[in-house]
Design a protein around this ligand. Structure first.
Ligand code: HEM
Length: 130
């Protein structure tokens, strides 16, 4: 445990083989290469998520407390601060708000138009018939 490392998500993507199987669960990095043959759920499920974030898959199974205790043995480190995500949330690029740059709509199609039109009509009505 003393040699815990910090990893970037990019460093893990290619670690998805039988001889090097690493995945992420809740921002922590696990090397399960030596566990593949011993996993009660089989090695295939682990290889399927190797190189990826397995948080949801791990939770979906509803692993026991024993399993959660056992996983500590395979913990090799954490994700670097900027690659972490809030638990239960999918990774989303909040740092790139360019999509918010929506062009200004024309005045006639905006919500202000009917209000202004209504005001003009009211003033006109009062002026003519009031
Ligand atoms: C280091 C990480 C993991 C450890 C230590 C671990 C450990 C275990 C253990 C001890 C069991 C027996 C049942 C239990 O005690 O809950 C189990 C079952 C299972 N695990 Fe994992 N597991 C890990 C990761 C995963 C991941 C990432 C997946 C899915 C992608 C997965 C899928 C399964 C499945 C399908 C079963 C069989 C459930 C059943 O037969 O009902 N496991 N695992």
């Amino acid at each position: 445990m003393s040699d815990k490392k910090l990893f970037k998500r990019d460093e893990i993507i290619n670690r998805n083989s039988k001889t090097d199987a690493v995945f992420i669960i809740k921002n922590q990095v696990y090397d399960v290469t030596k566990f593949l043959d011993d996993h009660p759920g089989g090695h295939e499920v682990l290889l399927n998520v190797a190189g990826k974030d397995a948080s949801e898959d791990f939770d979906d199974i509803g692993h026991s407390m024993d399993a959660k205790e056992l996983m500590k043995k395979y913990l090799i480190g954490d994700l670097v601060e900027e690659d972490r995500v809030e638990p239960k949330k999918r990774k989303f690029d909040w740092d790139n708000p360019k999509t918010e740059n929506v062009a200004e709509t024309s005045f006639t199609s905006s919500w202000k138009f009917p209000i202004v039109l209504g005001l003009i009509m009211t003033v006109l009505y009062t002026y003519l018939f009031g």
